[in-house]
Design a binder for this molecule. Structure first.
Ligand SMILES: [Zn+2]
Length: 261
């Protein structure tokens, strides 16, 4: 068994099931197979969550070996904004909430623990992107802005949604629904956002928001031809996922997409 096969078994990353071209490499890590101690156990890849830095560095080295040493990883300082970083070989951490990649041998990383990671790939295999979509970024247009980076039309881009907090656990205040409803001029889309993105919670004035439905609606409205994935709840699946809402102090999973060297 090769080293990578052994690591792959221990880390058990999620491989997106989508029709991405052969030039594209993409995976989402789970919390399994790393060296961090509780409550960050064990494959935490975030430095800003007060985990032991040496453990995070070891985990990042594991991720690098899993992907291959010839892949340059573009890390982000995420701020729940809509800034897109155009990844370049050799660049250090940049502030932003999405990475666009059109250079072979380069990959972008988004860290999440409830927020929605979204992968994008051009059907021609020449460019990819990953976006960090919390409810704020989603309402502010992070997905539409990421799509706008591609030189091909949206109809030539496919998307895949990674693990996020599900509609079973993502309770929000009425103001979040209002922000989404006022985020579009398109009346048809507004009606669908209300019907498919929110349902009343048990607590009066609260809603259960569906990040997957909201992202899917926005991507399809923007012209993306295919949207897949979105079948997890980070809050429900304690053994595989970190969840900020569930645990507060916890680690982050990495969603990584790039172009093969
Ligand atoms: Zn859940």
């Amino acid at each position: 068994m090769t080293l990578t096969t052994t690591m792959n078994a221990a880390l058990a990353p999620i491989q997106p099931t989508w029709a991405a071209p052969a030039t594209v490499m993409a995976l989402v890590t789970t919390r399994r197979g790393g060296v961090s101690k509780p409550p960050f156990d064990s494959f935490n890849l975030a430095l800003h969550v007060k985990d032991n830095c040496a453990d995070v560095d070891s985990n990042r080295a594991l991720l690098q070996r899993l992907l291959g040493d010839n892949i340059h990883l573009q890390w982000l300082e995420q701020v729940h904004g809509t800034q897109i970083v155009h990844a370049e070989r050799g660049a250090g951490e940049c502030r932003g909430d999405a990475v666009f990649i059109d250079t072979p041998g380069v990959a972008g990383v988004v860290l999440t623990a409830d927020c929605l990671p979204v992968f994008f790939a051009a059907r021609d295999g020449r460019s990819v992107a990953v976006a960090h979509a919390g409810w704020r970024g989603l309402a502010d247009g992070i997905l539409e802005r990421t799509l706008a980076c591609f030189s091909v039309p949206a109809s030539e881009v496919i998307a895949w949604m990674g693990p996020a907090i599900g509609p079973c656990h993502f309770e929000v205040g009425a103001e979040v629904r209002e922000i989404f409803l006022s985020s579009t001029e398109d009346e048809q889309l507004r009606v669908r956002i209300d019907a498919e993105g929110f349902r009343p919670a048990t607590d009066a004035g609260k809603y259960l928001a569906d990040l997957y439905a909201l992202a899917r609606l926005k991507l399809l409205a923007a012209g993306v031809s295919s949207v897949s994935g979105g079948e997890w709840c980070t809050y429900c699946d304690v053994s595989r996922f970190y969840s900020y809402r569930r645990d507060g102090v916890t680690g982050r999973m990495a969603s990584v997409i790039g172009l093969r060297p």
